[in-house]
Design a binder for this molecule. Sequence first.
Ligand SMILES: Cc1ncc(COP(=O)(O)O)c(C=O)c1O
Length: 274
Amino acid sequence: MTQRIYLDNAATSFPKPECVYDAVDRYNRESGCAVGRGISLESTRLQQTVLRCRQLAAELIGAESPERIIFTSNGTDSLNLAIQGVLRPGDHVVTSRLEHNSVIRPLRELERRLGIEISFVEADGTGLVDPDDFRKAMRPNTRLVALVHASNVTGTIQPVQEIARAAHAAGAFVLIDAAQSAGHLPIDLHTLPADLLACPGHKGLLGPLGTGLLYVRPGIEHKLQSIRQGGTGSDSESEFQPTTLPEKYESGNHNAPGLVGLEAALQWLHERTV
Ligand SMILES: Cc1ncc(COP(=O)(O)O)c(C=O)c1O
């Protein structure tokens, strides 16, 4: 067999640990159920695997509890939920020139649609942003500070902790894009005061494509609107979106094979990092 050298791990990691392929294959061949939509033995087993996936993700980043982890389809999906869910007409956002299009484009869209205002903080010659530039950019109506943890272009690790503290001092919410750091760098939400943290499941977390997550700090769910409504497999007699987590933000069938693979990947990481 020809040896292929894969250098695109920043886009998506490859190969995944063997246990990820095994878990996805086993799910596809032997289970096939939908998450939270049945009471069969297989369905209950799957529900437990998905809960374990949430627990492992919560533990990895120091989240308070598993329901604080919202499953999405990728990093972009998580960032869109955070940005579109939190911003309102007249809001101001501070972000950096280092952001990925999955932050810039939702912001530009809301600038056009809702009239939000955006301030961009420049990076220095080494690819770092200065917390003082963030402090200077804050306004009374700054609702959100959105910052990439590790740049996908330069690899520089931003001073997210200091900037998050400065944002809170100014009364703004903090969104961290951990797409290139989760699974590679320690992330501890006990010390990093992020309100929202977005990352894909398919990069450093080593899960399959089609997985992502958004962490929501306790209390933020009251400020974060759902951007997609529908079936959640819970409270089905109600015509209104549940307000409980994680259901509020998880409408429609889950990517079950993806989550089963992500659970195996997180378990693999857990065994090697704890
Ligand atoms: C910094 C950063 N943010 C967000 C994303 C988007 O992640 P996804 O491709 O899972 O949508 C990427 C992807 O490369 C990224 O590098």
